[in-house]
Design a protein around this ligand. Sequence first.
Ligand SMILES: [Zn+2]
Length: 308
Amino acid sequence: MVTRLYTHPVFLEHLTPPGHPERPDRLRAIERVLDDEAFSALDRVKAPEGDQATILYAHPENHVARVRAAIPETGIASIDADTSASPKSWQAAVTAIGAANAAVDDVFDGRAANVFVAARPPGHHAEKTTAMGFCLFNTAAIAARYAQKRHQAERVAIVDWDVHHGNGTQDIFWDDPSVLYCSTHQMPLYPGTGAKSETGAGNIVNAPLAPRTGSETFRDAFLSRVLPSIDNFAPDLIIISAGFDAHHRDPLAEINLTEEDFDWATGQLMERAARHSGNRLVSLLEGGYDLQGLAFSVAAHVGRLMKG
Ligand SMILES: [Zn+2]
């Protein structure tokens, strides 16, 4: 079975102000590295149009209406100090959701062994009612609920190794024990949440990492907190909130991972997906702001997914 890759040209048309780290060039860097013949077996598919109704799986209607109203006809509008929207941002965000939901369909219907979605804007900071941290809607949360509603998944695990805590995903599933949320992230760092003591309904597992720690501390956190929680939970699907800003080159944080760490963590989650989830694994791009660090990390991650 193949590893599938979803992309779409509209993901380049979500524009942010000049100098903003979350920029279209991130996807161009990923596209370039995945052009190498080492990735010729990737099953490349253009993301389908998203179903807007599925946004309501994770957000109330007033949030959807607020984001829609914030989309400008021209130029770039700010939603908060970090988060902005351009005329094509709505279509980009909805297509990112369409790709993530299609990836869930693919792994449940046996069309792909696993899937990587290279989309923007990212999603893990979007809370139920707040767009923030470069994120408009919480794509991973919507995809988890989509798996439950459309494919009768009882338990979904979301593993978030972005260097920032996924406050949005934690907020959405805070009192929902059918979704396990595990996060490794630098602390202190934006957005300030993600302490070990934040445990929701026993379904939230935070593994904060001190600034300037590296591979060993990250792998320890994975082995001692993330993986045992997954084994305990026995999910029907694993979704990765795959941010690559814990790479040592990244300008937004101070964790010193290398691409080998993302290769290793991917392998560990594939092993758990094989054990518990019928191999079902969907990976969604979140952050990663140094173009070389991002490209090398995605190459290691996707290369490992393709090894099956
Ligand atoms: Zn991040």
